[in-house]
Design a protein around this ligand. Structure first.
Ligand SMILES: [Zn+2]
Length: 585
């Protein structure tokens, strides 16, 4: 057994992938939104029985190690190391040697560890600062929330800097590491832009500390209200959602997520019982954010500050939402309040969530506000903008309904809008691609050949598949070659297991196997095996005979009379099975 086998046999693939994608059981396999391509249909499938995944959209496939390697953008050996550490696996000593060469992942891990230490230090500093504690209390954060989000305080002055340097020495970090991590900066002396700020550590979707947000709180502090960690290869704001690690389970359970723009709002929402809340890092929501959330839930509720910037952000988002399989609704807060202050003042979110409007409706309402008072030029621009959005609605009926609504809201004839839309479509079609993925209901039609192949691949541990060589040689490449290889390997190793065989295939062959294996039910194939063989045999009978004659001829030429006899007997048996016996009776 090597390290990869050890990991795979100790770690159910669905548990690992389930951390990144909400998987739903469909028959014997699990299904979800693909993390490797943007899609509207859930094409991503996982076979918990065979420990592999396959995407019918982008054809990505692999085992649990391949999944992590692809997602974390690291090598297989690095992924193996990540998994052993993350899931506390205890591989035998001799297997561990394999991971020692995984150097580049170490750099990333070291960065996360450093951030974790800084977060711990800030938490401890908070306990010693009555002023910072008082501020958090006044803002309505309770102790449980402070602990849950690891909220801390970064003390100011040289003493603080020295204390942090001493703290990180326990893990052999130096001040230069803090400079590289953008936590310290070099001026005349070392200082940190986080000094005298409340610290909100940022964790990625699997809980690794990867950055910080700092908020001023002292009276008369006239620096920028927020300071966030700078972007780096290990901290990319456009792909991180604050609080996702904490909210993940609730999001999956409720199949819905509440999205806000600031981490303080997210924390307040959580404290007030909305455990499925996440935040972008003070930036607008990107298509990548949407794609990440679409892996966990079908529904996003966006809470936005009623100000103009918030509205603009949502309008921009409307253009992106067609590419992901998630429904966006906008929750409008009354009186231009922000989510945190609304909750602290006793506001209840539930009725607002129930009344949330779809993002398109919101967009039209917003665009048509004060339409009558606009100048002609502004009116034309508004219509153009709305038409541009409506163009992206994939469903025709929905498109017409939205047009109807727009006509009413703007008091413009419906037919005029239809004409506008048609002309926008002809103008754009040649340049732009269809902006949404076509929904394909039947991506694959499984043939009897697919079924036979899958049955043999899934049952080879218990069935002597060499007996079916006459059928295998009639399959097309690469299916035929894969099965011939399997027969060969099985001869050399009677104990051969599926995972071992699968791991030894090249990438293309792995895909061919995966996409069939994830879709077919092993028990059903076992039950239907005779039926499948029979159907295949009847369909290909002519060619079975042609091949058999050829083999017999070869055996005769080699003067192998025993072989000739055996072949004749075989073909006789098959004839009885496929031709003389009528199974329909
Ligand atoms: Zn995919």
């Amino acid at each position: 057994m090597n390290l990869f086998d050890f990991i795979k046999s100790n770690l159910p693939i669905a548990d690992v992938i389930g951390e990144y994608v909400t998987l739903r059981a469909t028959g014997t396999y699990l299904k979800g939104s693909c993390p490797f391509h943007s899609e509207k249909t859930g094409s991503f499938t996982v076979s918990p029985h065979r420990d592999i995944f396959y995407c019918f959209g982008c054809h990505e496939s692999g085992d649990v190690i391949g999944f992590i390697a692809k997602l974390e953008n690291c090598t297989q050996i690095e992924a193996a190391k990540l998994l052993t550490e993350r899931y506390n696996l205890q591989p035998p000593e001799e297997l561990l040697k394999e991971v020692q060469s995984a150097a580049s992942i170490d750099k990333k891990k070291r960065y996360f560890l450093l951030c974790e230490l800084v977060a711990q230090w800030c938490q401890e500093s908070l306990k010693r600062s009555p002023q910072a504690l008082e501020y958090l209390k006044n803002r309505g954060f309770d102790e449980e929330t402070i602990t849950r989000y690891s909220i801390g305080y970064f003390p100011g002055g040289h003493k603080g800097i020295k204390s942090l340097i001493a703290y990180i020495q326990s893990e052999h970090f130096l001040a230069t590491d803090l400079i590289q991590a953008n936590i310290f900066q070099e001026g005349k002396t070392l200082y940190s832009p986080f000094e005298e700020r409340i610290i909100f550590p940022i964790q990625d979707n699997i809980g690794q500390f990867c950055g910080f947000g700092g908020r001023i709180f002292l009276p008369h502090d006239d620096r920028a209200k927020y300071y966030n960690s700078k972007e780096s290869p290990f901290f990319i704001k456009g792909s991180i959602l604050f609080g996702l690690d904490i909210a993940k389970r609730s999001i999956q359970k409720q199949n819905a997520v509440i999205l806000v723009e600031g981490y303080t709002d997210c924390i307040a929402l959580n404290q007030y019982g909305h455990k499925n809340s996440v935040a972008t890092l003070g930036t607008a929501c990107t298509p990548e954010h949407l794609a990440i959330l679409a892996r966990y839930a079908d529904q996003i509720y966006m809470l936005y500050d009623g100000d103009a910037a918030g509205q603009k952000a949502i309008v921009r988002l409307t253009e992106n939402c067609w590419n992901v399989n998630i429904e966006l609704k906008v929750v409008s807060l009354p009186n231009r309040e922000d989510p945190a202050s609304f909750l602290v003042q006793g506001g209840s979110l539930k009725p607002l969530i129930d009344q949330a409007s779809g993002i398109i409706d919101f967009f039209i309402q917003h665009s048509s506000e004060n339409f009558a008072q606009k100048t002609l030029k502004q009116k034309l621009e508004t219509v153009e903008k709305i038409i541009e959005i409506i163009r992206y609605i994939p469903d025709r009926l929905k498109r017409d309904m939205v047009l109807q609504e727009t006509a009413q809201a703007l008091n413009v004839p419906f037919d005029t809008l239809v004409k506008e839309l048609a002309s926008a479509n002809t103008q754009q079609r040649s340049i732009k691609q269809v902006p949404y993925e076509q929904k394909i209901d039947v991506p694959y039609i499984w043939t009897i050949e697919d079924k036979l192949f899958s049955a043999l691949i899934l049952l080879f541990e218990t069935v002597d598949i060499e007996k079916y060589s006459y059928a295998i040689e009639l399959l097309n490449a690469p299916l035929k070659d894969i099965l011939l290889l399997l027969i060969d390997k099985k001869k050399k190793n009677k104990q051969l297991k599926f995972t071992e065989f699968w791991s030894g295939l090249d990438k293309n062959d792995q895909q061919e196997v995966s996409k069939r294996v994830v879709r077919f039910n092993q028990d059903a194939l076992k039950e239907d095996f005779e039926f499948i063989i029979n159907k295949f045999g009847k369909k290909h009978w002519k060619n079975i005979i042609i091949n058999a004659k050829q083999h017999i001829k070869e055996a005769q030429e080699a003067n192998d009379s025993r072989r000739v006899k055996e072949l004749l007997k075989n073909i006789q048996t098959l004839k009885i099975k496929f031709i003389d016996t009528d199974y329909s009776n």
